[in-house]
Structure formats: C-alpha cells, structure tokens
Design a protein around this ligand. Structure first.
Ligand SMILES: [Zn+2]
Length: 443
C-alpha cells in the first residue's frame, strides 16, 4: 500500500478545503470523519463534470459516504469507489420535497408562463413557456421552482407547474427513475427501504395517502411495478406502494450476508486470506526493488497451512502471481459468507528507513474492529514495533460484508523490517499469532 500515506495527506488537504466550503453552505452534506461526507438528500445525481450540462453517471443515496477530492464552482468532486469519481452540485441537495426525490418532471399548467434567471418576478425573463411544456425540476424554494434550462438553470413560480411522478431518466444505477432498471421479477428479490420515515402509500403517486411510515432497512415483499413505483407487502401483511427511487433491491440470499453468522470455533470457520497485489500490480518496492506482491503471497501460504492444520476452511483470493481486482477480493468473502477476511500487505514510507512496524486496519467499526483488536493484541510478540489498530479506507474492507481486516506486516523499504519480511521464520511467527488470535476470537 505504497500510496496510502500520500492519499491520506491529500485527503487532509482537501478536508481543509472541504470544511471551508461546507461551513459556508452547512445544509445537507455533513462531515462524517476526516475524509468523507455523508449524503443527506434521499437521492443525489452524480455527474461527469462540474455542471448541469454533464451527463448523470450515477446516483447516490441518503447515508452514503463520499470522499471529497476536489471542489469547483460550487460542485464537489467525490470518490464513489477506488476507480470511480464524479461531481455533485453542492446547491441542489437541500432536503426539500422535490430534490429529495431526484429530478422530477413538471408540467406547465398555464400559457405565457415566464421563465426567470433568478427567483424573483423582477428578474430577467428568459422565455415564456406554453401550457403542457415539460420542465425538469431541480429544486423547490418556497414559491419558486428551479428547473433545468439549456445548460444552466432557470426559475418559475411553483403555482404555474403541476409536478408529475415522472423522474428524469438519465441515470444508470438501480435506484433511479430509469424504467429499464426497475425491478420486474419478484422471484428471489426483496425491496429494502433506504431511509427512515419512508412513506408506504395507498396508490402509486406522491400525493396518495400514507398507509405507514417505514424505517430504514425494512425488507418488503415485492408484488409488482406500477410506473416508477413498487407495490410491496410488509412483514405484517400490509400492502402499499413505495417509490422506486427511495429503495434498494436485494436478493433474498444476500440479506443473510448483512448479519454475519460467526463460527463458534476456528475449526468451523471459513477464512479468506487475501495476498495483496499480484500480476501487473506489484505493490510497494523494497530498497533493492523487490516487489511487495511476492512477500504477501509467501506469508499467505504459511498462514494458510497453519490455519488448515487448525481445521479451518481457508480460501485464498490468489494462489499465484496473477492480477486480481479489488472488488472480487471482497466479493469472495461475501459470497462464501466468510467468518473472517484477512488482507495481507507490506507498508512503504516516502523515504526509505523512515518508518517501521506493523499496522492493523479495520473499516467497519461494528464488524471489523473486534477482529482487528484480537489480532493486534497478539502481534505484540512480533519482532517489529506494533503500531496498533487504525481506521483504513481500503476497498477490500469497505466492500466487505464480513468481518475484515488489512494487515501491514512491516515496511518493505525499511532495511530492518525487510530483513524480517523476507524470512520464513517471520511468516511462521505471524501465522502462529493469527491462529492463536482467531482461536480466541471464535470462542
Ligand atoms: Zn500493499
């Protein structure tokens, strides 16, 4: 993980920028921790560039954490995943009825309706709209609606527009109004509510009577799709409609994954070992230009054998020098419903010999931290300094639905650390520690 420290410093820089921006806006994005923001609106469009003229590439939902990496003209560049970035409008994300349900389509209900450059009747008129003209509503502020106009925005009076249930259908993720992504098969799928207080309605439209308010993560049986709405049934047997853009779809089988069933002893456990890097991705370099990827596999092999001796079911994300992407590594643990996922790496500092020791990283506080703690405690008997446990924003941890940790087992560009990293006696010590720690962990 050669570049992690670099990234951390970049994030800190952007944090300062981000805090300044957020402080001045202070509405719907709040800081979650040092590198991230949390989306407060129910649905937020992510675009290719910092402006409305750019295509929508994805939508993000309330509660989702995003890393802010840049800011331009009141747009934030955010990181969606290791390889995916996009832009969100800082000024479109207030929690109003309209923006909360993504960009809805409105119909102008009166001829000669003026479209203004800003939200007051004295402002310059851009054009006059006819009755029946469609507008894409971005935002509602009191008597005014902000709508898309060419590559920019314009305003008109709320009273001149009848909002429809249609949403702009340009986004490509499942939680959009794009009808091609709507759920159609009921067989093995369930509808999951994204946020608290989501309305279950009598009819498939936003004005219909609310049957019940649903809490986040409520699972509902899918019955059918009507326009952009899902007819669903609650566990108590109540039937109603929820908007497709405020829910997620899950396989019945993956629901079990969110509640890890942990083995009660190591011999019953499935452990996924993840030797970092591989193939073209060589990892960090030693001072003698040796690759991190070789040593992560070497130590993984020793750990694998010792865990198997203890009776565990061990699955490796790679067993040779081949390239494996980050996503399938976490997926392996999710699919197998692994009891623990352990990613193996060696650290690197900016200048050689400037850092030493081992670090144990976790991402999910509730799921990973205990595993990180028991492992880290055991690592006190390793010959290298124990740098302790730390929060680490790594994709293999982030995407993991199972208890997961990432171990940095020494600095590859530190001469002393490297002398251990290359020795099988060190691998044996690490492997013994992991066996002891996991034996305690599963008790
Ligand atoms: Zn690494």
């Amino acid at each position: 993980m050669k570049t992690f420290l670099h990234k951390l410093w970049q994030w800190r820089l952007w944090l300062i920028v981000g805090l300044a921006i957020l402080g001045s806006i202070g509405t719907t994005i709040v800081m979650a921790n040092s590198q991230q923001v949390v989306v407060q609106a129910n649905v937020l469009n992510v675009r290719k560039g910092p402006g409305l003229a750019y295509d929508v590439t994805a939508q993000v939902n309330k509660g989702q954490r995003l890393t802010v990496i840049d800011e331009r003209n009141e747009w934030y560049e955010v990181r969606l995943s290791e390889t995916e970035v996009g832009w969100v409008a800082s000024w479109l994300i207030k929690n109003t009825e309209v923006s909360a349900t993504s960009n809805r389509i409105g119909l102008v209900n009166e001829g000669s309706t003026p479209l203004y450059v800003s939200n007051n009747t004295g402002a310059k008129q851009l054009k006059q709209l006819n009755a029946g003209d469609k507008v894409t509503v971005l935002y509602q502020e009191g008597d005014w609606l902000e709508v898309k106009y060419e590559d920019s925005v314009a305003w008109l009076l709320t009273s001149k527009v009848k909002l429809t249930d249609q949403v702009e259908s340009t986004a490509k993720t499942t939680n959009t109004g794009d009808s091609s992504s709507l759920l159609t098969k009921s067989s093995n799928q369930v509808v999951i509510i994204d946020t608290d207080n989501t309305a279950l309605r009598e009819q498939p439209n936003a004005e219909a009577t609310v049957v019940q308010k649903l809490a986040a993560k409520t699972a509902l049986t899918y019955l059918k799709t009507v326009n952009q709405w899902y007819q669903v049934k609650t566990a108590a047997g109540k039937t109603g409609y929820v908007a497709s853009w405020v829910v997620s779809i899950a396989d019945k089988s993956t629901l079990d994954d969110t509640m890890p069933k942990i083995a009660s002893n190591l011999a019953e456990a499935t452990i996924v070992l993840d030797p970092g890097h591989g193939g073209n991705d060589v990892g960090a370099l030693s001072q003698t230009s040796k690759y991190e990827k070789s040593y992560t596999l070497a130590v993984a092999n020793v750990i694998e054998n010792k865990l198997k001796d203890a009776g565990a079911n061990v699955v490796m994300t790679r067993t040779d020098d081949s390239f494996v992407d980050l996503a399938p590594r976490a997926q392996a643990a999710n699919k197998l419903k692994a009891d623990a996922f352990i990613s193996l790496h060696f650290d690197s500092s900016e200048t050689a010999n400037s850092a030493t020791g081992t670090t144990t990283y976790f991402y999910h506080d509730n799921r990973d931290k205990k595993l990180a703690q028991v492992l880290n405690e055991q690592f006190n008997n390793l010959p290298l300094t124990n740098r302790g446990i730390e929060y680490g924003n790594f994709q293999v941890l982030r995407d993991n639905q199972r208890p997961a940790v990432l171990l940095e087992l020494g600095y590859i560009n530190n001469s002393k650390d490297f002398s251990y990293i290359t020795k099988s006696s060190y691998y044996n010590k690490v492997a013994n520690d992991i066996v002891i720690a996991l034996t305690n962990y599963f008790k």
